[in-house]
Design a protein around this ligand. Sequence first.
Ligand code: BGC
Ligand code: BGC
Length: 837
Amino acid sequence: MIKKRILQGVISCLVAAGGIAACSEKVAQDKNDNPVRVGADWPTLHGGLVQDADMEAKIDRLLEKMTLEEKVGQLIQAELRAVTPQDVRDYHLGSVLNGGGSFPNNNKYATVDDWVALADAFYHASMDTSDGGVPIPIIWGTDAVHGHNNVIGATLFPHNIALGATRNPDLIRKVGAATAAEVAATGIDWSFAPTLAVVQDDRWGRTYESYSENPEVVASYAGPMVEGLQGKVRTDEFFAGGHVIATAKHFIADGGTTGGIDRGDAQFGEEELLKTHAPGYFTAIEAGVQTVMASFSSWQGEKMHGHKYLLTDVLKNHLGFDGFVVGDWNGHAFVEGCSTVSCPQAINAGLDMFMAPDPNWKTLYANTLAQAKDGTIPASRLNDAVRRILRVKMRAGLFEKGAPSERALAGDESVIGSPEHRAIARQAVRESLVLLKNRDGLLPLARDQRVLVAGDGADNIGKQAGGWSISWQGTGNQNSDFPGATSIYAGIAEAVESVGGEAILSVDGSFTQKPDVAIVVFGEDPYAEMQGDIANLDYRGDADLALLKKLRSQNIPVVSLFITGRPLWVNPEINASDAFVVIWHPGSEGAGVADVIFRRADGEVNYDFAGRLPFTWPQTANPENPKVQYAFDFGLNYSTQDVAGLLPEESGLSEPSGEEELQLFAGRALAPWKLEALDSSNRSSTITDSVTELNGLRVQMVDRHVQGDSRRLQWQGKGPATVGLFANQRTDLSGYLKASAALQFDVKVNREPSEEVLVGMSCGTDCRAELPVTGLLQVTEPGEWKTISIPLQCLAEKGTRMDMVLSPFYMTTAGEMDVSVNSVRVSANVESDMHCG
Ligand code: BGC
Ligand code: BGC
């Protein structure tokens, strides 16, 4: 309902005012009647939580007693690998987290008791008043994003994209409640879920963490998921036994970045923000969500971690969110002028708690304390942040519940991966499967057959679980790391063998006795944020396609089960299959697949397909020129007839070129690149002026052949500073790899470097190569220009994914140096004197 009101609001605003401009800069009022700048028609929400006067008075009393040191401690969340209970005691820390793949004692196989024991140790440290301090219970946050996925033996629910396909909000509530119970069993208070991203570009590696590209689906889930995790507001179950604090993340428009670039920039107007990316937050807030995580991404070039308008004016003041805003993994460090260890800007913009995973959180603490003392962070803001944190802790009952081990479900191993929870997960698997093709009604299959089960996903629980499964990226796991889980193959074998059929596991599809039918399970290997971004939507499963074709050529009917975290271009694979089912990342309960694709023993349909595409499925691999193969909402079932013939097999991608010289900078940065600098105080600027003075860096236009064709770059030794070419979209340079190409630039050394200098090429956070060029930057003859060539191959070997380059050239040093640079290019067939080392 909210949804409709907003949409109508926006549309009538646009229509009535005859344009966007007239609608912006409208003045609205927050619930205390203070005016706020509202650039779009943000709704007034109802139904969330009402503040309790007694609770607020209690918080007042605590705030009066707390020292500045204790208050600042509440603002810091340190990570398991970098914090001890003694630190919690000494610094009065408000929170700890365990990141993806981070466990008590660094032990992947930590037991439930280990988790609870560590939770107790942190708790007791936070309540220790031997130094005369105020006892404030700590909260521990974890990424229980598809079940309690860091814990061995936990129920792993299908990833959010699969849940989106079920279109079943009641099921989502149950998934939330079951997840909360497993989190509570380990003594943890808080989950960093749900993700409310409304992903618009499926190249993003977090697409599977999104319920849907459609805001209505996301909004219909956000509320129930929050209720499942926290319990329903204004009922006895709210934060009662087995419920934990939820997080709406990543605020806002994490799924709207240009090109689907992780941590990128969402470049559109406020109406679009409101219409597409906000509705999930509305229902989450109405369901009483207690925390919101700021997004790594930016909106219109401004980092969300420092976005006062959206964090404070919109989220807190206008939408009335009165819980607290937590940062994301050092996300504050990317705000202009900030670093991992200092960012009053974020707190002043409305961030309430820093997620500070590095060991240097102690420096962040010290700097924040100094900023609170000298008024850089006003007392009112500090008190407001602490008040919000205390309010959430009180609402969650942490002041009364005692030590984690004393709380409901704590330490109860039987809750982890319980049969009830697994049944919910299996139901979710069944309802999430999307049938794209079913030639001649091949499905459902009879059980009483010889079934060949092939493909590298057939008996591979890590692959079916996807990212955020025991490890952060979901990699490095064995089936034995998922005790109690069922692979797709195991589920099929159980169904078939129950009536005397035969299931033969053969990853490569070879067999001795010809099967009646082949089921091939293949698709994407696990990945998570950063590493999961891709250049285009091509599935690239040549070996899988060959296997499908081979089986078909032997007159064996082929059922494809496609494991994926996003829609990918698979028309050739679909054409080579008789039936094609998208099974997403189903998680630990692989048997849910057999439940649907096999008939009952008596021949009746067991479970029909219920899943519908939560994302549009593409007809080509080229997202720049999108064509639809299967529309959003598509999904066959056993009563629909599949009438589709062969699908087009043109990928829409052109061969990457690699022959001609590619100019990147010729007098000026050539599109799509921009000349940008990141100075010694982490301030980034696009260089357009003839002289730009930055902190520790000076960039000046100078002449070589023609006026202003070069740039003089002077580093002043004030700490790391970078100049280079950057774009907001990816460029495919992979064609140049074949052509023994090199990144080249001409340089004149005016003053030799005092410290190491690196030249880098980047394809995103954690996706880059940097090579030292210090030795090449020596003055041989004063005033001489020389060319430096860096083989692309070296950069590729060191980590640059050449098909998705975001920055083809940058130079960085912390020391002093003065060089002039001209003509940056990628040239084919270059003899290079540089060796990859
Ligand atoms: C952590 C993750 C985190 C990531 C971000 C990993 O080491 O375990 O939880 O999201 O780093 O950089
Ligand atoms: C991710 C968050 C996650 C956090 C803690 C970040 O890198 O973006 O989604 O909650 O790490 O692991």
